[in-house]
Design a binder for this molecule. Structure first.
Ligand code: NAD
Ligand code: TDX
Length: 332
């Protein structure tokens, strides 16, 4: 099996490459990644170059992707602009990479009749009330709130159209919030861990009542591999591990695990249009394909993640000052 992984030098894509490398020793992996501010070749360190080939290139560039799609058996499409706050400041790169980039890949997959798996997010469904007994499922209507989620929703709709109109051999997955190693320090959990490591206070948007449904990145990877191998063509599967927590609780847990006073954080301005709650019902993936998450102890997972950032300062330090400067600009 030869797979093309787009965005494989980013957080979740790299976790998937490491996972497949370990779990499928006879597979060849080609990573296509533009190495934007969010991509980092160091995320692929330690992998044998005979099995994992890296190509620096943009998914929007039809000439770059054509031979790569031609030469693989399946495409697993992670590449995207992914940070909601950036999409509020500057939506255009999101339209370009998430919509136009997905379109170009779909066209190449159609031309060569290749298996396609599209990585998407639960944010396409909008948000839930805190007390809503129903979680997101495969039949929840689309209702995106931010430029980020609107462009991811757009990319999902393109995939559905290519399945129905052109018979593309595709599946989709919509996953909840990931955490783990290699996550960019702009994102909530690594931002707070590294603020504490640099001697500053964690930063909570608003009152911190917003709920996210946390899943370890490796459980996301095992879900995607399960769907790639056994998923039904044309179907969508939601991936989630019942990890609902509000942001204040997560900040206080990070403070506790870092040996700090749990009330030693700052409240800062809220995100415009801030989604209140995400929650995933992953019954379909569990019952139809037999998937189960492994990392269900969030406190232990968070402890391991804090330890990873402690041990890998050289990995995150170069991103940190620029990221905080960007946040200061946004706050103006
Ligand atoms: P990330 O920002 O860490 O990585 C994205 C990667 O894509 C980077 O390596 C970047 O260089 C690359 N990229 C961006 N634009 C590109 C382009 N035009 N051409 C080629 N490469 C490009 O993102 P992530 O958090 O790892 O997310 C990966 C995927 O998973 C995205 O599709 C995202 O929507 C989805 N997702 C993320 C989460 C989450 O919690 N982070 C949850 C559900 C779904
Ligand atoms: O400093 C912060 N303080 C804070 O309170 C930051 C950066 C975030 N937050 C809040 C906003 C959210 O409610 O924490 C929550 C999580 O924020 P993000 O890490 O930015 O994630 P989110 O907006 O939920 O989106 C993430 O999950 C779904 C990913 O970035 C998306 O790519 C994915 O699709």
């Amino acid at each position: 099996m030869k797979i093309l992984v787009t965005g494989g030098a980013g957080f979740i894509g790299a976790n998937f490459v490491h996972y497949v490398y370990r779990e499928r020793a006879d597979w060849q992996i080609t990573v296509l990644d533009a190495l934007t501010y969010a991509g980092n070749l160091a995320n692929l360190d330690g992998l044998d170059e005979n099995r994992v080939k890296f190509i620096k290139g943009d998914i929007c560039d039809a000439e770059t992707i054509d031979p790569l799609v031609k030469g693989c058996d399946a495409i697993v499409h992670y590449a995207a602009e992914t940070h909601v706050d950036n999409s509020v400041q500057s939506p255009w790169p999101f339209v370009q990479s998430n919509v136009v980039g997905t379109f170009q890949l779909l066209e190449a997959a159609r031309k060569y009749d290749k298996r396609f798996h599209h990585i998407s997010t639960d944010e396409v469904y909008g948000d839930l009330e805190l007390d809503d007994p129903k979680k997101f499922s495969e039949s929840t209507p689309y209702n995106p709130s931010s430029p980020y989620s609107a462009t991811k929703a757009g990319s999902d709709h393109l995939v559905y159209a290519w399945i129905r109109t052109f018979g593309l051999q595709a599946t989709l997955s919509n996953c909840s919030n990931n955490y783990g190693s290699y996550q960019h320090v702009e994102k909530f959990i690594p931002r707070q861990i590294t603020e504490i490591l640099e001697g500053r206070k964690p930063k909570l948007y608003g009152e911190g009542k917003n709920v996210r449904d946390w899943i370890h990145a490796e459980d996301h990877s095992s879900g995607v591999l399960t769907i790639l191998e056994n998923g039904k063509i044309g179907e969508t599967y939601l991936i989630g591990a019942n990890g609902e927590r509000n942001n204040k609780d997560v900040i206080q847990l990070i403070l506790k695990l870092s040996g700090k006073d749990i009330d030693d954080f700052d409240h800062i301005n809220d995100r415009p249009g801030h989604d209140l709650r995400y929650a995933i019902d992953s019954t379909k993936l569990r019952q139809e394909l037999g998937w189960t998450p492994k990392y269900t102890d969030f406190e232990q997972g968070l402890k391991d993640t804090i330890e990873w950032y402690k041990q890998n300062e050289a990995w995150w330090k170069p991103q940190k000052a620029d990221t905080e400067a960007k946040y200061r600009e946004m706050a103006k």
